[in-house]
Design a protein around this ligand. Structure first.
Ligand SMILES: *Cc1c(COP(=O)(O)O)cnc(C)c1O
Length: 393
């Protein structure tokens, strides 16, 4: 007879499964949130405006007001936001665009789709963001734009990037997919939000982002109303003011009404959720700062901590990940490869610099659970488990 259920191993596995701390838990885990959403969806089922419903316009207005009045075009996802931005700026085959190698490769991928050459550069070891000191060497006569990515919720060093772009007449397209609400401070004391500093800013409403929906979604922000109008037309098959009159070759990428409804519910809580991420980051810092063998991210002002990624020294990253997994704690490796190491792109990109930091980070970074709704007692268990790992007890 099978006595497996009476073994210690089985009992341990059950305990671990019951106390599992996921890497991310959606807001819809809350019955109160579900109840509100269901009432809104009921209304959608009645009015039936599933595409371009009134909630989409309403969401764009509210988001625009949250973003200091920037013109806001909602789209189907953050990747399409980048594609539309590149197209609207008139970037074309043969052009070069500077992109950091250490990031999710959406920008690189969209550039390649357009026949544009991504020129990949290394990042800073401590911020994980594009190293502005490498721009000069990456520049060529074909360079038309820079895509600073505000990785993990922290703004890239925009001041030198914008100055470089101005000097060399380059567009700046911000990839703010992970950093909606992040703030950058210029040396003269002025502050500006991620996605509003360059010519065009792109963000994503993928469920795990700072403002996450119930599926795919994204938005483009532009200072220039004409550019925004071009984006709006591009993501609606190139139609301008009039239906069935196609003024340019575009594509189809609109925010679903279902997503707009969810995002309208979540947007008013964005500030609260960002504060929550920062509080959790502060608690990680307090709990882990004396662990030899760990390098924690700086609690930089304006950082929104979409991810809490720590550097594990001495090649022990995977060992730490395995230890946390054994204890029912989920982690992620962002990113195991730089864009320049991806098989799909290697032959078509240009390397604008050597990549020591990117390659080092692919081997040493691990991301710990951080999301609004992560309980203190859960986080304390994560901290205890990590401390135990490093103290060898
Ligand atoms: C998520 C993400 C994207 C793409 O957004 P999607 O909505 O998933 O298409 C682009 N860039 C970065 C850095 C991202 O993290």
């Amino acid at each position: 007879m099978c006595r497996y259920r009476e073994t210690d191993a089985y009992r341990r596995a059950v305990v671990v499964a019951m106390q599992r701390i996921p890497f991310f838990r959606p807001l819809t885990d809350s019955p109160a949130v579900r109840k509100e959403l269901l009432a809104d969806f009921e209304a959608l089922l009645v009015h039936g405006g599933y595409v371009r419903g009134p909630e989409v316009t309403c969401f764009e207005k509210q988001l625009s007001s949250r973003m200091g009045g920037a013109v806001t075009v909602s789209v189907g996802n953050g990747t399409d936001a980048l594609l539309a931005a590149f197209m609207a700026l008139g970037l074309k085959r043969g052009d070069e665009v500077i992109v950091p190698s250490f990031t999710y490769p959406a920008a690189t991928e969209m550039l390649l789709l357009l026949g544009i050459t991504p020129v990949l550069v290394d990042v800073c070891e401590d911020t994980f963001n594009l190293d502005p000191g490498l721009l000069t060497d990456a520049l060529s006569e074909k360079t038309r734009a820079i895509v600073p990515v505000h990785l993990f919720g922290l703004c890239a060093e925009m001041e030198p990037i914008l100055a470089f772009a101005r000097k060399h007449d380059l567009f700046v397209v911000e990839d703010a997919a992970q950093s909606l609400g992040a703030v950058y401070a210029f040396s003269d004391g002025t502050r500006q939000q991620a996605a509003l500093m360059g010519d065009v800013g792109c963000t994503s409403f993928f469920p795990t982002k700072n403002l996450g929906g119930l599926g795919d979604g994204g938005a483009v922000f532009a200072r220039d109303a004409g550019l925004a109008a071009k984006v709006r037309s591009l993501v609606n098959h190139g139609q301008g003011g009039r239906r069935h009159e196609h003024e340019q070759t575009g594509f189809n990428s609109r925010l679903d009404t279902v997503q707009a409804i969810a995002l309208l519910r979540f947007l008013p809580d964005l500030e609260k959720h960002l504060a929550c991420r920062r509080t959790l980051a502060g608690r990680y810092e307090c709990g882990l700062c004396d662990c030899d063998g760990l390098v924690l991210p700086e609690m930089a002002p304006g950082h929104t901590f979409n991810q809490y990624a720590v550097r594990v020294l001495d090649n022990r990253r995977d060992e730490l990940g395995a230890c946390l997994a054994e204890n029912g704690i989920d982690t992620m490796v962002y990113y195991p490869l730089g864009n320049h190491q991806q098989k799909a792109y290697t032959s078509r990109i240009r390397k604008g610099s050597a990549m020591p930091c990117t390659e080092n980070l692919t081997r040493s970074l691990i991301s710990l659970p951080i999301f609004p709704g992560l309980a203190e007692r859960e986080q304390d268990r994560i901290i205890r488990t990590i401390r135990k790992f490093f103290s060898g007890k």
